[in-house]
Ligand binder design. Structure first.
Ligand SMILES: [Fe+2]
Length: 246
């Protein structure tokens, strides 16, 4: 007799087996399998709780922005990802390859939105917390200085790229496992960094207007310049150490 967990995961496992079928193009199989394998126990993705209050990042980010961003925007990505995964499960169970392929856009957008925002909340912390101080030694400081020369240069480069994103998207600091170095990058829309570029995400800056319009109106540079006050460098360094260890 199967355990409860096995019963719950059964549709996802069945889907993963089907998705790896040669009927699908490699990109579709890779994307669908990644989202299926990331589904939490219970089969549904959920909106994560924040590790701080909505007002904790003021004045860089207002409580109003944080509440809207987390409880409305991120929650919508989670809801729509779960809907898309249900449709994917149905499409796979009926071997409807056309329907499976047609779901790629919804999976990429809503799955990316969920992945990106989950990373983003963990990248932030109150200005007065110890984690908001860039470390004076260690793996992160070494990696930043190796690639950018200095912390200030890294901020300038990541800020410039983030501010320059056309339309909606994200600025990133990521780890390139091929070179063993960190890199600045951007992605449009909700494209997730690792799936889109291969870089392992260390730090993400959401530059969708919903991330700053209440506080900064259309002046994205002021938002990007302010967000450096509330970056959780402990999280960035933990991700770097984990990425380097493979
Ligand atoms: Fe966002």
């Amino acid at each position: 007799m199967s355990s409860a967990k096995q019963i719950i995961l059964s549709p996802a496992l069945r889907a993963a087996v089907h998705v790896h079928s040669s009927k699908l193009n490699p990109e579709a199989a890779k994307l669908a399998a990644a989202y299926l394998s990331s589904a939490p126990s219970g089969g549904k993705h959920v909106l994560p709780d924040l590790p701080y209050d909505y007002a904790a990042l003021q004045p860089a980010i207002s409580a109003e922005t944080m509440e809207l961003h987390h409880s409305k925007h991120h929650n919508t990505y989670v809801t729509n990802l779960n809907v898309a995964l249900e449709k994917l499960d149905e499409a796979v169970s009926t071997s409807n390859v056309s329907s499976i392929i047609s779901l790629q856009g919804a999976l990429k957008f809503n799955g990316g939105g969920h992945v990106n925002h989950t990373l983003f909340w963990e990248n932030l912390c109150p200005k007065d917390s110890a984690a908001s101080e860039f470390p004076s030694s260690g793996a992160l400081k070494d990696a930043v200085e190796e690639r950018f020369g200095s912390f200030e240069n890294m901020k300038k480069e990541v800020s410039a790229l983030s501010i320059g994103v056309q339309g909606s998207g994200w600025g990133w600091l990521g780890y390139n496992a091929g070179t063993g170095r960190i890199e600045a990058a951007t992605c449009p829309n909700q494209d997730p960094l690792q799936a889109a570029t291969g870089l392992i995400p260390l730090l993400g800056i959401d530059v969708w207007e919903h991330a700053y319009y209440v506080d900064y109106r259309n002046v994205r540079p002021n938002y990007v310049n302010a967000i450096w006050d509330v970056i959780n460098w402990d999280t960035v360094e933990e991700r770097l150490v984990k990425a380097k260890s493979g």
